[in-house]
Design a protein around this ligand. Structure first.
Ligand code: TRP
Length: 334
């Protein structure tokens, strides 16, 4: 069977380097594999399970779509669409919710984290979040789902729901979606503290490289990134207790497409005064075209809207018949 890849990103942020290296860069690669259908969505229905700014949602949705396009996802090859524009996601979610066990949902670590202590007041949407995610995947009969570690448990539930549906109705309808954890995902840490993840919520903007930063800003952030006084070592092990140095070498390698060992081979014995300018060059070369394109798109959102309108239409054409078929299997009047 041909490969169908689906993934999604929530329109909650401020995209940064971590989103690009951890997700988008790989998503772009999948579209080059022959016989593969790639479906990439802006998961806006998921974004409203936590408090959010009403006035920001549609802008954030466009921004994620812009990042997809700027990073190199080609709307001619891949589906780029908005979850809320495809009603089949919500429809299938309802069907699957009848098969999702409360006990399993209660064990979801992300739910526990997000709900905190106040479980009585948590919305049903936050609780049902993984069921919607299963619907996102199954509604396209996706076979492969690139996700970060934090989403693996949700994907496990999707597999479970696919199997439950098939068993309960005695069909082989939904394939079991496989997680794709791509390579050793670069752990991109804060530029100011090598022990903290690079994050949109960190207070200082200097801790992260945003996908909207221009070349000058990227250069400035790298120049100001925290380092230590020692020269770079020859071996990766020798960076074990130097979190900031390790982070910079990791990012450099991820951007240049080399291994960290290769990077160290090049810079062993050199000070950061030598490494950083080289880093700035690589970062600007690889990132500036993306951030520039992203800005262009955001300055003229009509381009994004056109791409999304087309993508939404195509996604609906794929998903609607699958949900119809699933409902028929369940015995609904049709
Ligand atoms: N929950 C995912 C996240 O926060 C986003 C997402 C929504 C997703 N639906 C999906 C990812 C389906 C993969 C497949 O990162």
């Amino acid at each position: 069977m041909s490969k169908r890849i689906l993934s999604g990103m929530q329109p909650t942020s401020q995209l940064h380097l971590g989103n690009y290296l951890g997700a988008l860069k790989n998503w772009v690669k999948f579209q080059e594999e022959p016989g593969t259908t790639c479906l990439y969505m802006v998961a806006d229905l998921h974004a409203v399970t936590v408090p959010y700014e009403t006035g920001e949602l549609s802008k954030a949705t466009r921004e994620i779509a812009a990042a997809f396009i700027a990073a190199g996802i080609n709307p001619q090859k891949s589906f780029i669409f908005v979850q809320s524009a495809v009603p089949a996601h919500s429809q299938l979610m309802w069907m699957l919710s009848t098969m999702a066990q409360l006990g399993k949902l209660q064990r979801m670590t992300q739910f526990k984290d997000k709900a905190g202590k106040n479980t009585e007041r948590v919305g049903l949407g936050l609780f049902a979040y993984p069921v919607l995610m299963a619907a996102d995947i199954l509604v396209y009969k996706a076979t492969h789902v690139p996700v970060g570690e934090d989403q693996k448990q949700h994907l496990e539930l999707s597999r479970d729901l696919a199997a439950t549906f098939n068993t309960r109705y005695g069909v082989e309808f939904f394939p079991q979606p496989e997680p794709v954890i791509t390579g050793p995902a670069p752990r991109v840490m804060s530029l100011r503290n090598g022990n903290e993840k690079m994050s949109k919520s960190a207070e200082s903007d200097m801790t992260r490289i945003n996908l909207t930063d221009d070349a000058d800003m990227i250069a400035q952030k790298i120049r100001k990134a925290k380092t230590d006084p020692d020269p770079l070592p020859e071996k990766l092990e020798d960076l074990a207790n130097r979190p900031e140095a390790l982070n910079l070498v990791t990012i450099y390698a991820a951007l240049s497409g080399e291994t960290r060992e290769q990077v160290l081979k090049k810079f062993a014995g050199q000070q950061f005064s030598v490494f950083k300018p080289a880093f700035v060059d690589v970062a600007v070369e690889k990132l500036a075209p993306i951030t520039r394109r992203m800005k262009e798109l955001m300055d003229d959102p009509s381009q994004i809207d056109k791409i999304l309108a087309k993508g939404n239409e195509k996604a609906n054409e794929e998903a609607a018949p699958i949900v119809r078929e699933a409902m028929k299997i369940m015995g609904f009047y049709s």
